[in-house]
Design a protein around this ligand. Structure first.
Ligand code: BGC
Length: 247
């Protein structure tokens, strides 16, 4: 069965029909730029563009980089604040001519996909996926079941929002070496999260996970296994489509 998945990110909005049996894209994805500012109306217009590109009419799952309860956006740390309080499922559904739309947090979507088709397959203990990008997203699983909206990127680290210190953007903005970022920022963050949750596995996602060999070997003293995500770029799209099927 195919379901459509859309991943709304800070710079791009991408989507494709997803083959839920294989956990992979059924067709090459289509990507458009995220409008700046990324207001609800303008983003909705771009989502319609992505969906129309495939002439899709069926269920759709959409990720959002903030807390989502039901289909209402509750926080917007790195996107336009006008999203807060918006029922994104209704907004997008209306703009898509009444197609059923499921909305969920971006890291939760990536986590769902990794647990079924990637690095978390068959893992029943506590698993935490962390996406290191503009912010830090988190997805927490126990017995394969997601606890949504954990927002572990906003834990406090040395008096700062953790994502401001340990995200991939922090490394780039502050021009940190891989070693400095890995050993002083990511290491401290993982220690803190491990102290709180004692997971058996950390899955590291986000674009930077493609370069995992540059920083994961530098992390020391964490009891949990730490592995890069396997689905990488498409985890959000696949997870969104999976959530739409079950949601
Ligand atoms: C948001 C999360 C999101 C993460 C990754 C954070 O700033 O609060 O909801 O999952 O960024 O996009």
């Amino acid at each position: 069965m195919n379901v459509f998945g859309v991943d709304i990110g800070g710079s791009g909005i991408k989507g494709a029909p997803v083959d839920l049996t294989r956990g992979d894209l059924a067709q090459a994805r289509h990507k458009v730029l995220t409008p700046q500012p990324a207001t609800p109306d303008d983003v909705a217009g771009r989502v319609v563009e992505v969906v129309s590109h495939f002439g899709w009419s069926g269920p759709i799952g959409v990720t959002f980089p903030g807390v989502v309860t039901g289909s209402t956006i509750r926080t917007a740390a790195n996107v336009d604040k006008r999203w807060i309080g918006v029922d994104a499922g209704k907004l997008l559904g209306d703009r898509l001519g009444g197609l059923p739309v499921t909305v969920l947090n971006d890291a939760d979507a990536a986590g769902i996909a990794e647990m079924s088709f990637g690095a978390g397959r068959g893992r029943e203990g506590t698993v935490i996926l962390l996406t290191l990008g503009t912010g830090i997203g988190s997805a927490l699983f126990r017995g394969g079941v997601l606890v949504p909206n954990t927002e572990l990127g906003h834990l406090e680290l040395k008096g700062h929002d953790a994502e401001k210190r340990a995200s991939s953007k922090a490394r780039e903005d502050e021009d940190l070496s891989w070693e400095h970022w890995a050993t002083r920022r990511l290491q401290k963050y993982l220690e803190h999260v491990e102290m709180l949750f004692s997971p058996e596995l950390f899955i590291i996602g986000g674009g930077v996970s493609r370069k995992a060999d540059k920083f994961l070997p530098l992390i020391e003293g964490i009891t949990a296994e730490i592995v890069p995500a396997q689905l990488q770029n498409n985890a959000g799209i696949v997870g969104a489509a999976m959530a739409a099927r079950v949601g």
